[in-house]
Design a protein around this ligand. Sequence first.
Ligand SMILES: *Cc1c(COP(=O)(O)O)cnc(C)c1O
Length: 394
Amino acid sequence: MAQDGFLPYPEGFATDAIHHSHDPENWKSKSLAPPIETSANYKHSAPGVFEKYEYTRTGNPTRDILQDVLAKLDNAKYALAFSSGMGAISAVTFGLLSSGDHAIIGDDVYGGTNRLFSEILPRFIIETTFADLTELTNLEKAIKPNTKLIWLETPTNPTMKITDIRGAAAIAKKHHITLAVDNTFLTPYLQRPLDLGADLAMYSISKYMNGHSDVIMGSIATNNDVIYTKLKFVQNAMGIIPGPFDCYQVNRGLKTLALRMEKHKANSRLVGKFLEGHPKVEKVLHPGLPSHPQHELFKSQTSGDSGTFSMYLRGGLKESEAFLKAVTVFTLAGSLGGYQSLIELPCKMSHASVEPEMRKHLGISENLIRLSIGLEDPEHLIADLDQAFKKMEE
Ligand SMILES: *Cc1c(COP(=O)(O)O)cnc(C)c1O
């Protein structure tokens, strides 16, 4: 179904999230909820005879059900689950890169991703160039003969800039470079990087995918047999696996992903519009609103916007702190994508580890506030922000 110039929603998404790989005939008890298999190891029928499962680090039935659903939701052949989003990114870098290789990465990616590429990879002689990938000419310019990986996030965090995934994929293909897209902010319900030409889509499952702020997990989806084989090898060899209980929880969370994303989107547009009209707000950075400078590009590659966006308050640190102290329905906390609304100050919280010079360059100033709009009643969210603006003055 097409909607306001955005891409149509992925067909059958909600049905797949609920039914794919969930036939009760697949397990002995025929339970509707898939069983949680907690065993670390499995009985062999004879020495040296390989069966489907032998040891849970290598393979586990509950994890397999989740991975099947994750692959289906990204329209992918394969998906792998990891112990965290950073675990998934580590699998990509250590599974696909070797000493002497070069990687290109967006200059305002998630702080942990930045730390891995800038502080850990150099120890293994893997070089990284940070570039503003929202301009594809910067991507072309950064490519070297030994470039093996391009890593990007769109929208970026916290300034919500958009990179043209189809354009980046064409460049990557031309130079035989793997293109990885961190799709945490939108989920496959709203953006499908593989369909747009990326080689792999990565998620911090800890955010919208699980959606209940009670699991840390990551995942990768891909159609590429070579990438899958290398990442599966690393998942087992480095031991970066999630436990069966967490796999069960996440699989349960996915059953309501489409429903939740619809509500995040509707709530976040209402709150965004309210903030746009408020005299204490200088600017709202929301890709789902027509005021966003890349709104048309955003619409051309997504089925909608999620609950995460940012705004510049009028004022500086003093005003930001007074505002954040005054909210009561919103919770002052980092992270995003849960059912409850969160609000934070990137310069002091999520992006405190970014060099001050770089923060200034990226526009992460003391009046930039990031919001993760949850599933509450929108009128309560708006009333909360409204009273916080009033209280700021006292
Ligand atoms: C949270 C996050 C990560 C890291 O995921 P963890 O599950 O916290 O390890 C990576 N990328 C983005 C965009 C994130 O928001």
